[in-house]
Design a protein around this ligand. Structure first.
Ligand code: UDP
Ligand code: MG
Length: 315
């Protein structure tokens, strides 16, 4: 069996040698390939990677022209990976490669994606607490109960990574994306090590941006088949409410002679109608776009098996 390791890397020059050695030591008896993605490092990361690749033909390196972010780095590695099982690990040595066999054992039980759970997380409090909230909200939003969505240490069956489509900072929601495709996902506790070298690339602000990604992922996983259901529902409720309010005010004016210039309610009614119509048009436009993007085959689907046909391989 071939194991692929995808390692997104931004300025981690001091960790890479030890990381590669630990991965190789823990891959036995399987064949391995390590794919380093240099996501625009400004330090000597790329030089170290090149050295490692020169010494071991199973180590491959991709250098991005600039920093494109962790999701883009993972996506690139996923496209290149040839393994039957694909691992992702952070480059900073916080994930311990000794856990590799535990992931493989869990995949053997029939899971498609095994994600690490940093049970004892060795990061500062200002990261740990927001992370708890993030996981709580995300688990509720997608109906997939995990304690650690964003752990960098994960193992995937090949099919999963070939089907994931990520952009922006969606890497935090990989389990939700895979879940929406119908894959079976579980988590195992993993040892988390303190960062020895370099600095963390993410601070508190990630959770603000993360909220928008949550909306995006929710949209693309659950409403992409029918955006009009989502927007149309909001729009219809708003429009009907606004209409009811304005009818009520019209009756007051016409039959009871009440003036309307001093009724703030009038503005609410008008705004609800206008806002509602906008939502409905937005839903219609989304439907048009989806019909353009996926004209014949409908929406992207995930095929589990075929009979008398070549096995499905995502493009
Ligand atoms: N990383 C990356 N591109 C980025 C930011 C981070 O490839 O734009 C890599 C980074 O080098 C590390 C992993 O993503 O291997 C996780 O980053 P970090 O350890 O800083 O996050 P934390 O563990 O603090 O959440
Ligand atoms: Mg880290």
């Amino acid at each position: 069996m071939l194991l692929s390791y995808v390692i997104p890397t931004l300025n981690e020059q001091d960790s890479l040698r030890q990381l590669a050695a630990e991965i190789v030591a823990n891959s036995h008896p399987h064949a391995y390939e390590i794919i380093f993605i240099d996501d625009g490092s400004k330090d000597a990361s790329f030089d170290v990677m090149s050295e490692l690749a020169a010494a071991d033909a199973n180590i491959r390196v991709v250098k991005f022209r600039r920093n494109f972010g962790k999701a883009a780095a993972l996506q690139c590695g996923f496209q290149l990976a040839q393994g039957d099982v694909v691992f992702t690990l952070d480059a900073d040595l916080q994930d311990n490669p000794q856990e590799i066999p535990h992931f493989l054992a869990k995949l053997d039980e029939g899971w498609d994606l095994v994600t690490g759970w940093k049970r004892k997380r060795l990061d500062p409090l200002h990261k740990v607490i927001p992370s708890k909230l993030f996981n709580f909200v995300t688990a509720r939003a997608f109906g997939l109960k995990l304690r650690d969505y964003n752990c960098g240490f994960k193992a995937y069956r090949r099919e999963v990574v070939k089907e994931l489509r990520m952009y922006g900072e969606m890497h935090r929601y990989i389990p939700a994306l895979a879940h929406s495709l119908g894959y079976r996902i579980t988590e195992i506790p993993v040892e988390h090590r303190r960062r020895e070298f370099g600095k963390s690339k993410y601070g508190f602000e990630r959770y603000l941006r993360g909220f928008f990604d949550l909306l995006t992922v929710k949209m693309v996983t659950q409403y992409v088949k029918s955006p009009l259901y989502l927007f149309g529902r909001i729009g219809l409720i708003s429009t009907l409410l606004g209409t009811a309010i304005t009818i009520y005010l019209t009756v007051l004016k016409l039959f009871f002679g009440q003036p309307l210039y001093n009724r703030p309610l009038l503005f609410l009614g008008i705004m609800l109608i206008l806002g509602g119509l906008q939502f409905i048009s937005l839903g219609l436009i989304s439907e048009l776009i989806i019909n353009r993007v996926f004209p014949e085959q409908g929406l992207p689907v995930s095929i589990e098996k075929t009979i008398n046909l070549p096995a499905p391989e995502a493009k």
